[in-house]
Write a protein that binds this ligand. Structure first.
Ligand code: GCU
Length: 328
């Protein structure tokens, strides 16, 4: 006969074995790193994607999101992904240019006519799709794009013409295109990680930066830069990536679900982004006292035109840029 103690021990080990085999067989947790706040629209869209993946895989695939560069800045996250120590990351085309030159096709200033042109290009299998898939063999692949608006200059003074940039140290992302753009506009470019920018602006390490307006409020840059000059020089998408090692761990069915959820979240993000930008601009003006300055874009367009011409003739990105132009 079983003693009571023995019966309880057996019951507990049975439960443990059942739950262990459940968690080992059934659950894959993917860690996703990014450098925005959890109130940022891209974080919210990625959470929507993660929720869809969890639901559609019956909890078998769980994506856990780590915001605010907790797992490293964008560059560090990419390196962790390539070495297979991190599953997923959100970066952007500017930063990715150093890992895959084809992303540089998106970094040509004044490339997109409007939002319709932009989405058409991102969703075109021959352009956006081709670029996402192009890093196969480099340790990661792209899953989808997220609208990150257009980028303009902000500083403690209005920047109405390229002449206003002369002698200014402008923080840029670590990308060859960003450096070239600043050179053509007459400024001196300082590449820095996004998370270091607030202090750099505050301490005068840089005089200006460029980004979409959410950086003013959600990264609090509006506290240290009171003029946002709307020259809208680039429209650079954010990009969701997964390591090839983590991708290979998923079953073909799970891969399909993850890809579909990523695509859905890209499209629901479109409206979310527009609404969030409007709200953040209002907040920047009303609660932070940031002045939004209208500028005549033509002198900026003229200053960087050589980049477009050069991109069209480039052996690596030329064909893509031609296709982007043709999709106008
Ligand atoms: C955008 C983008 C960030 C990026 C940042 C930057 O805001 O969403 O992921 O890091 O630009 O300028 O570095």
């Amino acid at each position: 006969m079983l003693t009571k103690k023995k019966a309880i021990t057996l019951a507990i080990s049975g439960i443990l074995a059942a739950s262990m085999s459940f968690s080992v067989a059934a659950k894959t947790t993917l860690k996703l790193s990014h450098n925005n706040d959890k109130t940022h629209p891209v974080h919210i869209s990625m959470q929507n994607m993660a929720d869809e993946v969890k639901k559609e895989t019956n909890g078998e695939v769980v994506i856990r999101i780590y915001p605010n560069s907790q797992l490293g800045n964008q560059r560090e996250s990419m390196e962790l992904i390539q070495s297979g120590s991190l599953d997923m990351a959100k970066s952007n085309a500017s930063e990715l240019e150093a890992f895959q030159p084809l992303y540089g096709a998106f970094n040509v200033p004044y490339l997109f006519k409007d939002s319709e042109h932009y989405y058409k290009v991102l969703r075109d299998p021959e352009i956006g799709g081709k670029i996402l898939a192009s890093t196969e063999g480099k340790g990661f692949i792209g899953l989808t794009y997220y609208d990150a608006g257009s980028r303009s200059f902000y500083a403690q003074k209005p920047i109405k013409t390229p002449a206003d940039l002369k002698g200014l140290k402008v923080r840029v992302q670590p990308s060859p295109s960003a450096l070239e753009m600043m050179k053509l506009m007459g400024a001196s470019a300082t590449p820095l990680a996004f998370g270091e920018l607030y202090t750099a602006l505050q301490q005068g390490v840089v005089d200006a930066a460029e980004n979409n307006p959410t950086a003013l409020t959600l990264m609090r840059h509006g506290e240290v830069a009171k003029f946002y000059s709307e020259d809208e020089h680039t429209i650079i998408p954010d990009v969701l990536l997964i390591s090839e090692k983590s991708w290979a761990k998923l079953t073909p069915e799970q891969q399909k679900i993850v890809k579909a959820a990523a695509d859905h979240s890209m499209m629901t993000h479109k409206d979310l982004w527009a609404k969030a930008t409007e709200e953040e601009v209002k907040k920047a003006k009303e609660t932070m006292g940031v002045e939004f300055v209208k500028v005549d874009k033509q002198p900026f367009v003229d200053a960087v035109k050589p980049m477009h011409d050069k991109a069209l003739a480039d052996p690596v990105i030329g064909d893509l840029v031609k296709k982007i132009d043709a999709a106008r």
